[in-house]
Write a protein that binds this ligand. Structure first.
Ligand SMILES: Nc1nc2c(ncn2[C@@H]2O[C@H](COP(=O)(O)OP(=O)(O)O)[C@@H](O)[C@H]2O)c(=O)[nH]1
Ligand SMILES: [Mg+2]
Length: 444
């Protein structure tokens, strides 16, 4: 029999209330054993909140609100009980201990959602969206997660599967009737349908960058020589003094990362050690890290001291040039340089931080976020599944074009179907499920 699992679902710490959850066949019986009220838990109508007390050893532990959800109309699809108690650290811990004493097992991370998936309450893309929603740092990220949770991405994948199944059924008909051969005409029609599948897959794969940015943020590296004001700029953009600012060049030696919100986009700002000939081993390591971050950056802000003469090196147009310390006056050698002119000493106005935020948003939004359509934004796992599917669909198409036997085409189509299926969750390996759900919070 399936075990009954229990967990505290709210964040650890003091709060007005905390919520504990029980899910599994013994959820109601376990709750009944400790809940005192006008009605037994078993008699409560579903989704009705009953006020009562939690009693242990004749003593009242807390006054709580208890709700029953009956299978299959619950989050997990199983019998569930939710108990809202007072949000004290000790109260919640004692209550959880009581549930465990009475036969529940402590739930692992994501176990409730894993059960919801296994019981067919949601597909795998929706299960993943639960965590995306919880972790979203900006409005756009939240919207993308909500769309995925509603099943938009899963719906697109199911349509794709249906098309592949139809094509496969067609091809398998030739296997069942070997006297018939795939004529050039039907072959061409099937190829055209596979081209359509290829286009759909390519379209979905194009949203991978957007998906990564929404989930992880735009990796933005603050780059430049020592003392130009990189750390000052980080603090300005953040709105508080996060990094140490000093007139001593080479102060920042480690990299500092903070997330800010620019027009709904999460920006992962990375302050780095200024690049110069290092003075010691720690600075050398800091500079090595700077260079590694530069390689993986989505956006590089190249910061220079505008009051100083322009160095001889050419400027990379892919980087956003930031002419800092403009309050000290612009050195004539910068005349005509295309960049944002700012001063970290001025918070508002044309040389304040707003124009810089504007320019950053322009760079990022200009590159693929036009219109802010985030209804489909795949994650790295989806990307891997779809890349496989695209490869197999392409192989099936090539086999058709080469006039290979129907068996051969069918084999590739089956593999393509499996790859697409893995995305929404025909996942049969325990390993993969474990990997996906272990990144969840306990109680979700
Ligand atoms: N006048 C002026 N000084 C600045 C400005 N930004 C930074 N500084 C100063 O420049 C020095 C180096 O700044 P810091 O942020 O540590 O530079 P980093 O080495 O690039 O991180 C500090 O003394 C800052 O106060 C600015 O916009 N105007
Ligand atoms: Mg610094």
């Amino acid at each position: 029999m399936q075990e009954t699992i229990a967990a505290v679902c709210t964040a650890f710490g003091e709060g007005a209330i905390a919520v504990l959850r029980l899910s599994g066949p013994r959820a109601v019986a376990i709750a009944d054993g400790i809940f005192r009220s006008k009605r037994r838990v078993a008699e409560l109508p579903a989704r009705f909140q009953q006020l009562g007390s939690i009693v242990t050893g004749g003593l009242v532990l807390d006054e709580v609100l208890l709700t029953v959800f009956r299978a299959p109309a619950s989050y997990t699809g199983e019998e569930m009980v939710e108990i809202a108690c007072h949000g004290g650290i000790l109260v919640t811990r004692r209550l959880l201990a009581l549930l465990l004493e009475r036969g529940a097992r402590a739930a692992g991370p994501g176990e409730f959602t894993q059960r919801a998936f296994l019981n067919g309450k949601m597909d795998l893309t929706q299960a993943e969206a639960v965590m995306d929603l919880i972790r979203a740092q900006t409005d756009l990220g939240l919207r993308a997660a909500a769309e995925q949770l509603e099943g938009r991405l899963g719906g697109r994948i199911r349509e794709l599967r249906e098309t592949l199944v139809e094509i496969l059924a067609h091809v398998e008909a030739y296997i069942d009737f070997p006297e018939e051969e795939i004529t050039p005409d039907t072959g061409a029609a099937l190829q055209a349908r596979l081209d359509g599948v290829g286009e759909t897959l390519a379209g979905l794969l194009r949203t991978a960058d957007q998906g990564r940015v929404l989930r992880e943020g735009v990796r933005t590296v603050l780059y430049g020589a020592p003392n130009v004001g990189k750390s000052s700029l980080l603090n300005r953009l953040l709105g508080f003094e996060r990094a140490i600012v000093s007139e001593t060049p080479g102060t920042t030696r480690d990299t500092i990362e903070e997330v800010i919100n620019v027009r709904g986009l999460p920006l992962r700002l990375i302050d780095t050690a200024g690049v110069r000939a290092a003075h010691d081993a720690v600075e050398r390591e800091g500079i090595a890290r700077t260079l590694r971050h530069l390689e993986r950056a989505d956006l590089v802000l190249h910061i220079v001291d505008a009051s100083q003469p322009r160095p001889g090196e050419a400027l990379d147009p892919a980087r956003l040039l930031v002419l800092n310390k403009i309050d000290l006056g612009e050195h004539p050698s910068w005349a005509g340089a295309a960049g944002v002119r700012v001063s970290c000493l001025e918070s508002a106005g044309p040389r304040g931080i707003d124009p810089l935020a504007e320019a950053i948003a322009g760079r990022v939004l200009g590159g693929g976020f036009a219109g802010g359509d985030v209804s489909i934004a795949i994650n790295a796992r989806h990307q891997a599944c779809l890349q496989n599917a695209a490869r197999f669909a392409q192989a099936a198409r090539a086999a058709l074009a080469d006039g290979l036997s129907a068996e051969f085409v069918a084999l590739e189509l089956h593999s393509a179907l499996d790859a697409v299926g893995d995305m929404v969750g025909r996942v049969d390996t325990e390993d993969l499920l474990g990997k996906i759900f272990s990144t969840f919070c306990v109680g979700k």
